[in-house]
Design a protein around this ligand. Structure first.
Ligand code: ADP
Length: 449
C-alpha cells in the first residue's frame, strides 16, 4: 500500500515550511521531505531580515515607504533583469506575508536597511538578532503543532510524472530504501546551488576557488528533478557573491552591521567604496583591492544594537581594541591613515553627506565609542538567482512556458525574481511570499480533486 498525500513538499527551508503550513491550513494532507538531518535549510543562516514596504510595523515606527519604490529599487538592484510579473507579485504580497508570519507568532517588528534600499524596510526580530534562526524555529513550531508529517535524512530523487501530470515522488530514505509516495502536487523548495562548486563553476568559471556561505545541502538537485519533467530554467549564470564573508570559517557577516553604521576599510586604512551599495558592486570593489580583502569596522554603539555582532565575537571572528590606534596596530594598519579615515567619516555622518563615496543610507552615528571592532572579510558565493521558471502562481513552467500540472516551486530554486543581483532581505521575503502561495495553490488543486 503506497503512502498517499495531497501535497509533498521537497525541502524544509523557509519556502518549504511556509508552503507546508499554508497547505495544511487549507485542509490538505502534507508530507515534508528533507535530505539533511535537520530542518531549516540555508534559511536558518539568513541574517539581515525580510523586506516589505507599506507594513503595519513600518507605520508604527513612522517610516514612510511605498510599494512602487520597493519595486523600483529591487529592479535597479537587479540590473533591470528581474521578471516584472514575479517582482510585481512579490512587492504586492510582501506586507501580507509579514502579517502571515505575525499571525503564526513570528514577529518581525524591528526594522533596518540593506544595500540598495533607500528606506528602512528590512524587518527582523525585535531584539535585532539574525532572522534565520528565529524564523525557522517559529516555522518548525507551527509545523510541529499541526502534526505535519516530516521525513528527515530522506531525499526526493525523482518526481513521478504520467499523462502530463505530477503523480508523486520517489524517496530515498535514511535506510537507503526506495519508496514511492503518491501525491496530487509536489512543491519543490530545495533552495539554490551555491554549495555545488562544480555547478557554480560550470556557469561562472570566474568563481572557481571561492568559498561559499551556504549550508552543504545547497546542491541544486531540485533544478535537475524539475528539468527531468520538462521545466525550463532562467538566469543560471546569475550568481551572487556576498561581499562580507569571514574566509576561515566561511561565516557571513550580516549586512545589518553595515546597515547599523559600520564601514569598510582596506589594509591601507582607507575607505574605498559606498558600503551600502549593492552586493555585486561592493564585492567587485573588495576584489579590486590589492589584498582582495577588507575590514568591516564598527564601534560599541553598533555592536550594542546588533545581536549578530555578539555572535561574531563569541565565534572569535572579531578583533577588538579599546582605541582606534590599538585596533590599527592589531590589524597591521597604518595608525595615521586609519584615524584620518574615521575622522573624515565621522564628519560625513555629522553632515549626513558622504563626500567621498556617496553613501546615502545608514550614516547612523559617528564611530567613536570604544571598544572598537574589526572583522577581516572577502567575498563568497552566496545566492544563485537563476533556477526553474514559474508563473506568478508558483506553477512550474516547461521550456515552452506551459504549466506542468501539479508541479510548484518556490524560493531559491526558482529563477527570475531577483534578476542579476538579489537585494539583502529579499530572499526571506521571497520564501515566505511564494512559499505560502505555493502551499495555497497546491491545497486548491487537492480540493479540485
Ligand atoms: P529556501 O530558502 O528556498 O527555502 P533553503 O536552502 O533554505 O531554500 O532550503 C532548501 C532545503 O531543501 C534544504 O534544507 C536542502 O537540504 C533541501 N533539499 C535539497 N534538495 C533536496 C532533495 N532532493 N530532497 C529533499 N530535500 C532536499
Amino acid at each position: 500500500e503506497p503512502k498517499r498525500y495531497d501535497v509533498v513538499v521537497v525541502g524544509s527551508g523557509g519556502a518549504g515550511l511556509a508552503a507546508a503550513i499554508q497547505a495544511h491550513d487549507e485542509g490538505a494532507s502534507v508530507l515534508i521531505v528533507e535530505k539533511m538531518p535537520t530542518l531549516g535549510g540555508n534559511t536558518i543562516k539568513a541574517s539581515a531580515g525580510m523586506n516589505a514596504a507599506e507594513t503595519r510595523f513600518q507605520r508604527v515606527k513612522g517610516i514612510q515607504d511605498s510599494k512602487e519604490l520597493f519595486y523600483a529599487e529591487t529592479l535597479k538592484g537587479g540590473g533591470n533583469k528581474n521578471n516584472p510579473a514575479l517582482l510585481r507579485r512579490f512587492v504586492e504580497n510582501a506586507p501580507e506575508a509579514i502579517e502571515w508570519l505575525a499571525r503564526r507568532g513570528i514577529m518581525l517588528n524591528d526594522i533596518t536597511t540593506t544595500g540598495g534600499m533607500s528606506i528602512d524596510r528590512t524587518h527582523r526580530p525585535r531584539d535585532g538578532s539574525a532572522v534565520g534562526g528565529y524564523l525557522i524555529s517559529g516555522l518548525v513550531r507551527n509545523v510541529t503543532k499541526r502534526g505535519i508529517d516530516v521525513m528527515l535524512d530522506t531525499s526526493v530523487d525523482d518526481i513521478l510524472f504520467e499523462q502530463g501530470e505530477v503523480r508523486g515522488v520517489r524517496l530515498l530514505t535514511e535506510e537507503q530504501e526506495s519508496v514511492m509516495v503518491e501525491a496530487k502536487s509536489v512543491i519543490v523548495a530545495t533552495g539554490g546551488f551555491s554549495a555545488n562548486s562544480a555547478m557554480v563553476v560550470k556557469y561562472r568559471p570566474d568563481l572557481d576557488g571561492f568559498v561559499t556561505t551556504n549550508h552543504k545541502g545547497a546542491t541544486g538537485g531540485g533544478i535537475a528533478l524539475l528539468e527531468r519533467i520538462g521545466a525550463g530554467t532562467v538566469d543560471m549564470g546569475e550568481i551572487q557573491i556576498h561581499p562580507t564573508v569571514e574566509q576561515n570559517t566561511s561565516y557571513l557577516i550580516s549586512e545589518s552591521i553595515r546597515g547599523g553604521g559600520a564601514i569598510l576599510v582596506s589594509q591601507q586604512g582607507k575607505r574605498f567604496f559606498n558600503e551600502m551599495s549593492t552586493r555585486d558592486k561592493v564585492s567587485a570593489a573588495i576584489i579590486a583591492l590589492p589584498e582582495h580583502y577588507a575590514y568591516i569596522v564598527f564601534d560599541e554603539h553598533v555592536r550594542a544594537k546588533n545581536k549578530a555582532a555578539d555572535e561574531y565575537i563569541a565565534r572569535g571572528l572579531v578583533t577588538s581594541a579599546s582605541s582606534p590606534r590599538e585596533l590599527a596596530d592589531k590589524l597591521g594598519i597604518d595608525y595615521h591613515a586609519f584615524l584620518a579615515t574615521l575622522e573624515r567619516y565621522n564628519g560625513f555622518v555629522e553632515k549626513q553627506h558622504d563626500e567621498d563615496f556617496g553613501r546615502t543610507t545608514a550614516l547612523r552615528a559617528p564611530i567613536n565609542e570604544g571598544p572598537f571592532h574589526a572583522i577581516q572579510i572577502a567575498p563568497g558565493v552566496h545566492h544563485t538567482m537563476g533556477g526553474v521558471t514559474i508563473n506568478t502562481e508558483t506553477e512550474v513552467l516547461n521550456t515552452e512556458n506551459q504549466v506542468i500540472a501539479g508541479a510548484y516551486a518556490a524560493g531559491e530554486v526558482v529563477g527570475g525574481l531577483h534578476g542579476g543581483n538579489r537585494i539583502g532581505g529579499n530572499a526571506v521575503a521571497d520564501i515566505i511570499i511564494f512559499g505560502s502561495l505555493a502551499g495555497h495553490q497546491a491545497a486548491m488543486r487537492a480540493k479540485r480533486g
